[in-house]
Design a protein around this ligand. Structure first.
Ligand code: C2E
Ligand code: MG
Ligand code: MG
Ligand code: MG
Length: 282
């Protein structure tokens, strides 16, 4: 087994460790090399303004394909990248690539498009983070107002005072912030008051069940109302049907993102797609 995986046979000397640990070890070794070997790529999933139907921008989503051609989903490798600290260089790469893509859209005349980038807790809490963001913006020539950083409630509350400082510092140069997966963590409503983010993203799970579960519909409606009263705009994630889109429009949701309006796609697919969008009759 160890040989097959090109391993060094270490696991032979650790009989007490199960195959889960073998897998973890293999993945960690792979993850350490993935950046240098160019195994990562970004996909972009479109986001739309609900009121006008206009394209708002896209969220950058990381993909990893191993040399064996295995696609490893982010929910498997991101947690490991966080545990090992590898998320710092990987996240930096994501930020650079996302800004480069946004700059290309801008140069192609799509000057209003916003690129959204997921930032993990470790990355956000790093002392170097605000400088790293400013440097990437400068080096790629990206307008800071075209960048939105998505962080979860969990990330923001880790060290709330510090999080607020970082947010204010970057918001001061025009960078936007969205609270991702809203409603899934140990939601602390106080966060909405203390942490001056610009947007909320309602998690996929609420949108998925909204049409059948009155409770979920009530939660979505309440989150939109509360966010608006606090001056935040709302994106619904995971919109898969026309029915969901209509309901969200009735509820005054600001933006949608989901398979119904577009799956995550490569940057060249996205570019071709924005061209078609522009050709579409108004
Ligand atoms: P997220 O930031 O909440 O991203 C949205 C996820 O929902 C994406 O999964 C997207 O493909 C999926 N999605 C979008 N529309 C639909 C839909 O209509 N139906 C369903 N069922 N799913 C939909 P993905 O790409 O697998 O990413 C999962 C998570 O991994 C992300 O959740 C984010 O937390 C994390 N992630 C992805 N890329 C990065 C990255 O570059 N850095 C960091 N730190 N985390 C990332
Ligand atoms: Mg996100
Ligand atoms: Mg999310
Ligand atoms: Mg998520």
């Amino acid at each position: 087994h160890a040989k097959e995986n090109g391993g060094n046979g270490l696991e032979l000397y650790m009989p007490s460790l199960g195959s889960r640990n073998d897998e973890r070890f293999t993945m960690e070794t792979g993850l350490r090399r993935a950046l240098d070997r160019g195994e990562f790529s970004l996909l972009f999933q479109p986001q739309f303004h609900l009121a006008t139907g206009e394209l708002y921008g896209a969220e950058a989503l990381l993909r990893w394909e191993t040399p064996e051609g295995r696609q490893i989903p982010p929910c498997e490798f991101i947690p490991l990248a966080e545990e090992t600290g590898l998320i710092i260089p990987i996240g930096q790469w994501v930020l650079e690539q996302a800004c480069l893509a946004c700059k290309r859209w801008y140069d192609n005349g799509h000057t209003s498009l916003i690129v959204s980038v997921n930032i993990s807790a470790l990355q956000f809490q790093s002392d170097l983070f605000p400088d790293a963001v400013r440097q990437v913006l400068r080096q790629t020539g990206t307008d800071p107002t075209r960048l939105c950083l998505e962080i979860t409630e969990y990330t923001a509350v880790q060290n709330l005072e510090r999080s607020i400082r970082i947010l204010k510092e970057l918001a001061g140069i025009g960078v936007k912030f969205a609270i991702d997966d809203f409603g899934t963590g140990q939601s602390q409503l106080v966060l909405l008051r203390k942490f001056p983010a610009h947007h909320i993203k309602i998690d996929t799970t609420f949108i998925r069940d909204m049409m059948e579960q009155p409770d979920d519909e009530a939660i979505v409606r309440a989150v939109i109302g509360l966010s608006h009263s606090l001056g935040l705009t709302v994106t619904a994630e995971g919109v898969e049907t026309e029915g969901q889109m209509h309901k969200l429009r009735q509820m005054n949701c600001d933006r949608i993102q989901g398979y119904y309006t577009g799956r995550p796609m490569t940057s060249s697919q996205f570019k071709a797609w924005t061209k078609r969008l522009n050709l579409a009759p108004q």
